[in-house]
Design a protein around this ligand. Structure first.
Ligand SMILES: C[S@@+](CC[C@H](N)C(=O)[O-])C[C@H]1O[C@@H](n2cnc3c(N)ncnc32)[C@H](O)[C@@H]1O
Length: 203
């Protein structure tokens, strides 16, 4: 899988664009600024945006090519992101040290998803906010009709509300819904998509 992302991010263009995800942008505007973690951040479009808005940002991705692009984007916008190359299952951050945790199109193998979600949730302070946008299981049919919209082709890697609620057990869900939206993010998220958007607060 790592080679897939290295090849994708090794291309000159930003795979998902330079602009942040729209839902993330809306949600960040509602929160007091603090320390925020972006796991699986790809080429940095979301973490760099948060840094431009005054957040204290830590991000990581398995791809070294992703970090190169993220560093270049941060430089372009005069922003500072503490970006690491590494895997969720290997990197460690201090427990309960972040005010917000963001997972945008971060889809994991079903056998690890719950464990990794719980590991990441452990980095949030009590009262901290979780923000997720990702493809729902209903998306599979849409992506088969229109491959330009992207997303995992394994239905078990796509989200359901029930699975996410079961992964993040010690959270109060503020917003948690399935939506059909028109995505227009860079080269690989283009078209009608079925997504889950979630905001939850750690108890
Ligand atoms: C669809 S991309 C989304 C990137 C970014 N969040 C965005 O929205 O632009 C999924 C990302 O998850 C990363 N990823 C998947 N599994 C990972 C893992 N176990 N540890 C670190 N990164 C991972 C990949 O390298 C890839 O950059």
């Amino acid at each position: 899988m790592r080679s897939f992302w290295e090849e994708r991010y090794g291309a000159p263009e930003y795979a998902y664009g330079e602009e942040p995800n729209q839902f993330l942008k809306e949600q960040l505007a509602l929160l007091p600024k603090g320390r925020i973690l972006f796991p699986a951040d790809g080429e940095g479009r979301n973490s760099v945006y948060a840094a431009t808005q005054g957040w204290d940002v830590v991000a990581f991705d398995m791809s070294a090519e992703g970090k190169k692009k993220a560093d270049a984007l941060a430089k372009k916008f005069g922003a500072e992101v503490d970006f690491h190359v590494g895997l969720i299952q290997e990197l460690e951050f201090p427990k309960e040290s972040f005010d917000a945790l963001v997972l945008i199109y971060a889809h994991f193998p079903p056998e690890f998803r719950k464990m990794w979600h719980q590991r990441l949730a452990g980095y949030l302070k009590p009262g901290g906010t979780l923000i997720i946008e990702g493809f729902s299981k209903e998306h599979l049919e849409l992506s088969r009709k229109n491959p330009k919209v992207g997303g995992p082709q394994n239905i078990d890697m796509l989200f359901s509300l029930e699975e996410l609620q079961d992964d993040f057990t010690d959270f109060d869900f503020i917003e948690c819904c399935g939506q059909t939206i028109d995505l227009n993010e860079g080269l690989y998220h283009v078209g009608t998509s079925s997504v889950i958007r979630l905001v939850a607060r750690k108890r």
